[in-house]
Design a protein around this ligand. Sequence first.
Ligand code: NDP
Ligand code: 8X3
Length: 251
Amino acid sequence: MNKTVLITGATSGIGKSTAILFAANNYNVVLCGRRQERLNALKQELGKETKVHTLNFDVRDKAAVFEAIESLPSDFTDIDILVNNAGNAHGLDTIDQGNTDDWDAMLDINVKGLLYVSKAIIPKMIAKKAGHIINIGSTAGKEVYPKGNVYCASKHAVDAITKGMLMDLNPYGIRVGAVNPGLVETEFSKVRFKGDESMAENVYKGFQPLKPEDIADIIYFVVTRPYHVNIADLIVMPTAQASATIVNKKV
Ligand code: NDP
Ligand code: 8X3
């Protein structure tokens, strides 16, 4: 029987590439996001290859998260793999200049949203004593960079939550791990800079950033190891990147 993977933030970037790769490999996919037209387009495209179900909810909305997961049709309730990917940075400001709405967004989406989705799915995994949770952290969860303050805090929280999940779900044979990317060219910087295309493009100028497909490949590799192998933590950066602040740019 085909396995089922639920991916949050499947409408763009890393989540979308992950959805495409898992669908191409005959996993049933549950695709989550807020942009319905993108969910529809993906369902149309990936539905040619596998079974697809879409869920439209904002991970910040606790009731909506639980309602959405409970609404899954029987073909999709048995979730084998959860990819907690939905998230973004909002703003890049020193702590004194930071916008409190941006802080709320990052902590509510990247941290609390990940917790709500996990809480809705973990009981099913505990019941069957199997499952795999992959949290998309970041190099920003391993080090702090100037003006990264609250985004880095949110990803450090993801790092801690991953470690906690690994311990607490250990008795149930559930695999837990994090994939922590460095600079990946997606819509991430457009969101961070609130639609300012030139600011966003500048982030990825002068070096070869990771592509979302690179991270999808790694997530697929992590999932397809034999079940007794759990990749608990993994950092992946472009070759041009050595740390959050050291990038070998040619311009
Ligand atoms: P994108 O902006 O391309 O994708 C973000 C995804 O998250 C979208 O599908 C978006 O869907 C979804 N999302 C955002 N907010 C919400 C919300 N409130 N409720 C539900 N879904 C939401 O960025 P990336 O693909 O780059 O980001 C994916 C993950 O990777 C994030 O957790 C990010 O922090 C992490 N990451 C990214 C890096 C990068 O350099 N790009 C590096 C390290 C980590 P929709 O708007 O339709 O809801
Ligand atoms: C995304 C990587 O360096 O822009 O998490 O924070 S960075």
